[in-house]
Design a protein around this ligand. Structure first.
Ligand code: IPM
Ligand code: MN
Length: 355
């Protein structure tokens, strides 16, 4: 099978971790007889430096013409510390999500037995925990009208959701629950927000069509607490854009390292696969970042974009083997244990896939 993959490494450590994901894609393609066709594109601060635009038209066309996008990370402190910057790298990511119609961000939170000791939570709480967060990605306060008052001394951001936007993301939530342990947690703030009340209304209407699924409703503040107190109680969690942004960062630490969590953004056009960690500019170019989230994002790409689960599993098994062998970057190495570089870990996993 020919696989047209757009590679958008973006900023900071995005370059290094994506390069390792590409090596693993090549390895799995060699093993299973596929032909990967990679094309590179610019996005984020790297694209601003080159073209003045964080998501140039050329990059958009490349994504549209590809079967899948492997994405690194976005963000650069030069822009974070300048509240008046007219263009920002993050705008590129939002425009890409909107432009490709990626309304759902799927973030599986998986625990690895060999890493339980790295979790800030007690082993008896996290052992066996595993759930999927489904975050709405192209609506809500991220995309609502925003601005300043005339004198600039007041500011506003608005959160808007249409019934159609809510329905399509909830549908995905119910379908995921059907494929997993049949429990869906709808997270909102329906005691305060009108958009949340509409979410709940729509969810209640849809639930009877999935009689096997137990649907529960939880306020976001309560969910933030329960995720770390009883992570095993969750199976599929579905929520709006900003709640999902916050909860998935929180959920990621349960596993012991944020460097482990992949994601898939799916919707209307080409799907995008990216680690959930950021661009970690302080580490850029040092060959120290953990490439596992990027590599696991490549596994999700095989599963979701190409419907090749065996290939995805081959990557996952190689990642698991690297963890069990203790062949890991500094964030995961125990005291006194050897610390491997980004590229050493990537190459170890690629070689393992080839076995
Ligand atoms: C994420 C990131 C982005 C977001 C930023 C970089 C715009 O934090 O993918 O979670 O807030 O969605
Ligand atoms: Mn985030």
């Amino acid at each position: 099978m020919k696989l047209k993959i757009a590679v958008l490494p973006g900023d900071g450590i995005g370059q290094e971790v994506t390069a390792e994901a590409v090596k693993c894609v090549e390895a799995v393609c060699r093993r299973y007889g596929h032909e990967p066709l990679f094309s590179h594109g610019w996005v984020g601060a790297a694209a601003i430096d080159l073209t003045g635009d964080p998501y140039p038209e050329e990059t958009h066309r490349l994504c549209m013409a590809s079967d899948a996008v492997l994405f690194g990370a976005i963000g650069d402190p030069r822009f974070d510390n300048d509240p008046k910057a007219a263009v920002r790298p993050e705008q590129g990511l939002l425009r890409m999500r909107k432009g490709l119609g990626l309304y759902a961000n799927i973030r599986p939170v998986e625990t690895f037995p060999s890493l339980l000791h790295k979790s800030p939570l007690r082993r008896d709480l996290v052992e066996g925990a595993g759930f999927v967060c489904i975050r709405e990605l192209t609506g809500g306060i991220y995309f609502g009208e925003r601005g300043r008052s005339e004198d600039g001394q007041a500011a506003f951001d608005t959160c808007t959701y249409s019934r159609a936007e809510i329905e399509r993301i909830l549908k995905l939530g119910f379908e995921f629950a059907m494929k997993r342990n049949k429990k869906l947690t709808v997270v909102d703030k329906a005691n305060i927000l009108e958009t949340s009340r509409l979410w709940r209304e729509v969810a209640r209407e849809m639930a009877p069509a999935y009689p096997e699924v137990t649907t529960e409703y939880m306020f976001v503040d309560n969910a933030a607490m329960q995720i770390i107190q009883w992570p095993r109680n969750f199976d599929v969690l579905v929520t709006e854009n900003m709640f999902g942004d916050i909860l998935t960062d929180e959920a990621s630490v349960i596993t012991g390292s944020m460097g482990l969590l992949p994601s898939a953004s799916v919707g209307v056009h080409t799907s995008v696969f990216e680690p959930i960690h950021g661009s970690w500019p302080q580490a850029a170019g040092k060959n120290i970042a953990n490439p596992l989230a990027a590599i696991l994002s490549a596994a999700m790409m095989f599963e979701y974009a190409f419907s090749l689960p065996e290939e995805g599993l081959a990557i996952r098994e190689a990642v698991r083997a690297s963890l069990e062998a203790g062949f890991v970057t500094g964030d995961l190495a125990g005291e006194g244990e050897p610390v491997r570089t980004t590229s050493e870990v990537g190459e170890w996993i690629a070689a393992r896939i080839g076995l």
